[in-house]
Structures are given as C-alpha cells and as structure tokens.
Design a protein around this ligand. Structure first.
Ligand code: GAP
Length: 435
C-alpha cells in the first residue's frame, strides 16, 4: 500500500485539535502563548508515554526509586543550583517593529524576518525563571521560583531518599512532572513551551564509573526509542560542544530527532559531575556526602542525568507515526503508534444498529479488564475505521450478523488493514498476546 509522511507542523496541530489530543490553553480567552491543554486522547497518550518511560529505566545496574517534588522552590535553592544567576537566554529586539527574538535563533547579519528592517538592539541576557512571592509580604525572604527543571528537588532530597529507601550507590531517582520556563519565543507547538513536563532520572554513582555509566545510559535511552516504535533513521546522538553545555554539565549527549524543522534535541543525557550535590552542601550547610565502607571515607556522588520532555516526546511520536495511505483511491490518515503508546487499544464496532447491544456487551467486558477501548456506532463501517486509524487505534473488532451464529468476530489491523476472523472464546487471549 503506498504510504508517505508529508507531515508539516500545521498538519499535526490540526489533527491534535480536531481529534481532541491538544487544545490551546484558555482558548476562549484568546489562548496563552506557550501553554496547552491536553484533551481525552492526549491525556491517555501522555499516560502511556509515562508508563513506557518508567519501564524503560529498569536496569541490571541498580535500583530506581521515585520522587514527586514540589513545583515551587525557595530562592536559596535556586541560587545554589545556579539557575537564578545563570539560567539565561540571549534576547534581541527589532527596534523598528519591536518584535523580540532569541538571539541564537536568528542571524543578526540579516534583516528582521517580521518587518524586513535591520536595526537590532544590543543582545541582552534574559532569565527564564518564573518568579513569585509566597504569602502576603513581598520581599527577599518570600521570593520563590517555579522549577525550570525537575532535577533540583531530587538533589535536595538525596539524603532523605538514601535514608528512607535504604538505597546503595549506584541507584537512580526518577521523577515526572511539570517544569516552567519563561521562554522568549515559545514555538513549534509542543516543542518549546513555557509550561511543560519532564521525565528525568538522576543516576547517582561513583566518579570512577561515571563515564562508563554515561555511555551505558546513552545506549539504554536509544533502546527505549526503538521499543516505542520511533524510526531509528530519524534519531541520532550528538555530543554537545563545551559552548553548548549547561553550567552544571561536564559532558552531555543529545538524542536528536529529525523534525520537519530540522534535527533537534529530544533528550539530554548529561554527566553533571557532583556539581549539584556540592552546591547544595555548601549553600545549605547540610552534608550530602555518603560514607564508603570499603575505603572508610566519605565522598559526594556523581550524577548521570537522563532528561526528556514528555510533551516533546508526545510531539515526536505524532510526527513519527503520522502517515497518509492510499486505499482504493482514497487517502486515509493513519497514526502508526506502537500498541503500548496508542491511546485507544481496541474499537468495538457493530456492523448494523441491530447489533449494538451484543457489541456493547463485548466492549464492556474488555473495558472491565482495564483496557482502553471505544464503542462506536455512528456512520458507515468504513468511516468508523478511518476515525480509529486517525487516532492510532491498532485494532477494530466488528460484530456482524454471522457473529451470533459462528461465535466469532472480525479483527481488523490498522497498518495493513488486513482482517481475520477470531472466535469470541479466544478474543481475550488473542489481545493479551497482541497488546
Ligand atoms: N535537567 C536537565 C534539563 O532540564 P534541558 O536540556 O534544559 O535539561 C531537558 O531539558 C529536556 O526537557 C529537553 O531535552 C526537552 O525534551 C525538554 N524541554 C526543555 N525545554 C522545553 C520546553 N521549553 N518545552 C518543551 N520541552 C522542553
């Protein structure tokens, strides 16, 4: 079947809106730049991404434990982490049309893409932290920040975690949750947002093994993308240059994906040294070293961090899965998502209205097992297949007039559109194996 992927950003944005994956936030008030709300299918898809990510962290090399830290942190913590003084992007304005740009996003030798004039302001530093005040009093003691990465609560809780979970080095601490950055120019839909979600894992290890751990994690992360069905020809790893690296990292590999707007970072895998734990020890006065029984000495562990944006991965999966096929002279849109990622796993479709009751009964049985399923009765069977293809449902089950006689249903496969007859008594076992 001829298939191609002429995916543009606009195509994906339109699909997300049309099928209820993602909406502009506060849309009825005109929207808010860099923020999005996730609809029913978007929420299910995101949950599947989180589940797959957690599973992908399992490793022979050590245990992974979890944290759900606060979104807001005190100024002292963000000073220690270096974000208050160092989390900047270069900003430049066009003096004529007042349009604002990230200076590293544009060529300052060229005219403004907005008005065509070439009259730039000086490049200035812009701190991307969202600042707030706690309580009724405004002042230095009440200043707090929304976290720009989920990592810091993991460092400041390092001792709590070691004590309560009785973990031994090496081990990983994983967290999924919101991060906030006042991006100068949020753009490309979910690619660069102001409020987004990260899935981050801090791997605490000894300095001697950190370099080896870094390589092992790069390989393990690539394996993850393979498992969730991303086309490996569109993925590559690239080591960041010293100029590109964040203030805390000594080496960093980016996993990049080939988006329609170029090769861009999907995930960062960094050796953060013991920068963060050392900074928090020095600023808080609390000892964050661990005691090594073998050498009878204390040391501050090193960290290898794997960090990916949940929303950026969501967007990547949609670009990667989007296909347009030609079936019997008609174009169909199909999301070829891996079954584990697809928001709906099976759609139950009665061939005729007279079969609604029996089909609904079957649908409810599968829903009871905890599978994400749909029951759709409206429109021709062809239309209903297309509706499911467009949201990536891997299987459709059609209950027809023969089903009652032969005790079997038709299972239709999304990618090949092939159909097979499966007996009702085998259906649960069949899907257990497929999903
Ligand atoms: N803790 C390390 C850290 O935050 P980062 O490279 O700044 O490193 C990690 O961010 C990942 O978070 C990126 O690879 C990307 O997937 C995601 N991310 C960063 N900024 C984002 C934004 N403004 N919108 C959506 N995702 C973003």
């Amino acid at each position: 079947m001829p298939s191609h992927t002429p995916t543009s950003l606009e195509t994906i944005v339109a699909l997300c809106k049309r099928r209820g994956f993602v909406y502009p936030s506060a849309e009825i008030y005109g929207g808010i730049n860099g923020m999005y709300d996730f609809g029913h299918l978007g929420t299910l898809l995101k949950e599947n991404i989180r589940k797959a990510w957690l599973k992908s962290l399992e490793s022979e090399r050590g245990e992974i434990v979890r944290l759900e830290g606060a979104l807001i942190g005190p100024e002292a913590m963000w000073k220690a982490s270096g974000h208050v003084d160092g989390f900047h992007d270069p900003m430049v304005d066009c003096k004529k049309c007042k349009h604002r740009f990230r200076a590293d996003d544009i060529n300052l030798e060229k005219p403004c893409s907005h008005c065509g004039n070439k009259d730039w302001t000086e490049v200035r530093s812009f701190n991307m932290m969202f600042k707030t005040n706690l309580g009724a009093l405004e002042g230095a003691s009440s200043t707090a920040y929304l976290r720009p990465e989920t990592a810091q609560p993991m460092y400041v809780n390092f001792k709590n975690i070691m004590t309560t979970c009785r973990t031994k080095i090496p081990f990983g601490l994983a967290q999924m949750g919101k991060a906030f950055r006042n991006e100068i120019t949020p753009k490309q839909f979910l690619f660069r947002m102001r409020e987004f979600e990260q899935m981050e894992m801090q791997w605490f290890c000894k300095q001697e093994t950190a370099s080896q751990e870094l390589s092992a994690w790069v390989a393990q992360r690539l394996e993850f993308y393979k498992t969730i069905g991303i086309n490996l020809n569109k993925l590559r790893t690239r080591e960041q240059t010293p100029e590109e690296r964040a203030h805390y990292s000594t080496r960093c590999f980016d996993v990049e994906y080939e988006f329609p707007f170029g090769w861009k970072e999907l995930e960062g895998i960094a050796h953060r040294g013991n920068f963060d734990l050392t900074q928090h020890t020095n600023h808080s006065g609390k000892e964050l070293a661990v005691f090594d029984e073998a050498t009878k000495s204390s040391y501050i562990p090193h960290v290898v961090e794997c960090s990916v944006g949940t929303d950026r991965l969501f967007l990547t999966l949609l670009f990667d899965a989007y296909h347009e096929d030609l079936i019997e002279g008609e174009t169909r849109v199909v999301l070829k998502l891996a079954p584990a990622i697809a928001p709906i796993k099976i759609a139950f479709l009665p061939l005729s209205k007279q079969l609604n009751e029996q089909t609904e009964k079957l649908y409810k049985e599968f829903k009871k097992i905890g599978l994400s399923v749909e029951f759709d009765t409206s429109g021709s069977i062809g239309k209903r297949y297309r509706r499911q293809d467009e949201i990536g449902t891997p299987f459709c089950v059609t209950f027809d007039f023969e089903s009652e006689q032969d005790g079997a249903v038709t299972v239709r496969h999304r990618d090949s559109t092939a159909q097979e007859r499966i007996s009702l008594s085998n259906l649960a076992a069949y899907f257990k194996e497929k999903l």
